[in-house]
Design a protein. Structure first.
Length: 299
């Protein structure tokens, strides 16, 4: 009969308590964790991600965690070790994870400090879709997903403590991890700095708003969000325009003149049965036979 030993060490406020249960070995490992995904390069939309072999455990995740996302009712999420979490660069991305019972798509929402590379700490719900929870730990293969359908429109949350003098923004429903977030300032764009808890910061503030924000993801797609207000603690669904960037810089300049880009259709259609303006109730999706097909390789 497995037992659970809680971790007595205190954790920062943005981290969630979690325990690992290894039933098959009759042992228990405890600790705190958060989910994350390795950031992809701007050319990742062109090639299928190679599958990696590893192992998976599970914990009582709620969809929040170190990436500061909001809890959801049925979290299909994963926490990664420090190397793959990449100081928050993996937040908001997705992995397809294959286990003994099938494949599940999970969202990176947390960090697992104790996990080595290749160790995925899944939510209990995600683990149950691909393995027997009684086993506690299973062998898996996993790969990054490029430009998956988002569960809803892109959202923005202004962090508590923000003011005209200091501004922190969290973006969600981005599909891919983000490589850059910029604020329109004068005739150009001001780059924001990214934290390991997945907020984008304007250290000297940006005034009282409303703001126009430009987000660039790791596949090079850009989305411009307009009408973001300085309303703290509330998830906002601002007007969005998706554009295609010919070459998305990995590290944008502090100020870059705005450039016009042709509007493009979404890479993938939104999931069926989800109204366009509805809040997401589930982080991640179970992979269907069609969705599980890897993208075509280049050349």
């Amino acid at each position: 009969m497995p037992f659970v030993l809680d971790n007595p060490e205190p954790s920062p406020w943005w981290m969630r308590r979690r325990t690992w249960v290894v039933a098959a070995a009759g042992a228990v490992v405890a600790g705190t964790a958060t989910v994350a995904l390795v950031a992809q390069s701007s050319g990742a939309a062109c090639a299928a991600a190679a599958a990696s072999a590893g192992q998976a455990t599970y914990y009582a995740a709620d969809g929040g965690g170190n990436c500061s996302f909001d809890p959801v009712s049925n979290p299909l999420v994963v926490a990664l070790g420090n190397a793959e979490y990449a100081a928050g660069a993996a937040c908001g991305g997705y992995l397809d994870v294959k286990g003994p019972k099938g494949t599940v798509r999970v969202k990176v929402t947390d960090r697992c400090p104790e996990c080595a590379a290749g160790h995925l700490d899944l939510s209990r719900q995600a683990f149950a879709k691909i393995g027997d929870p009684v086993a506690g730990i299973i062998k898996v293969t996993y790969s990054k997903v490029t430009s998956p359908p988002a569960p809803g429109p892109m959202t923005v949350r202004v962090k508590e403590g923000s003011s005209r003098y200091w501004l922190a923004l969290r973006l969600d429903n981005t599909g891919n991890p983000l490589s850059a977030v910029e604020l329109q300032s004068g005739g150009g764009w001001k780059a924001l700095s990214h934290t390991d808890y997945n907020y984008w910061i304007a250290q000297n503030g940006a005034g009282t708003g409303p703001f126009t924000i430009r987000a660039t993801d790791t596949a090079g797609r850009r989305t411009t969000l307009t009408g973001v207000t300085l309303t703290v603690g509330t998830v906002q669904r601002p007007g969005a325009t998706a554009t295609t960037a010919a070459s998305a810089p990995k590290t944008p300049a502090a100020s870059r003149p705005g450039t016009a880009a042709a509007e493009s259709a979404p890479v993938s259609p939104p999931p069926t049965g989800e109204p366009a303006g509805a809040a997401a109730t589930e982080a991640g999706t179970e992979v269907t036979a069609a969705a599980a097909q890897p993208p075509a390789r280049c050349g």
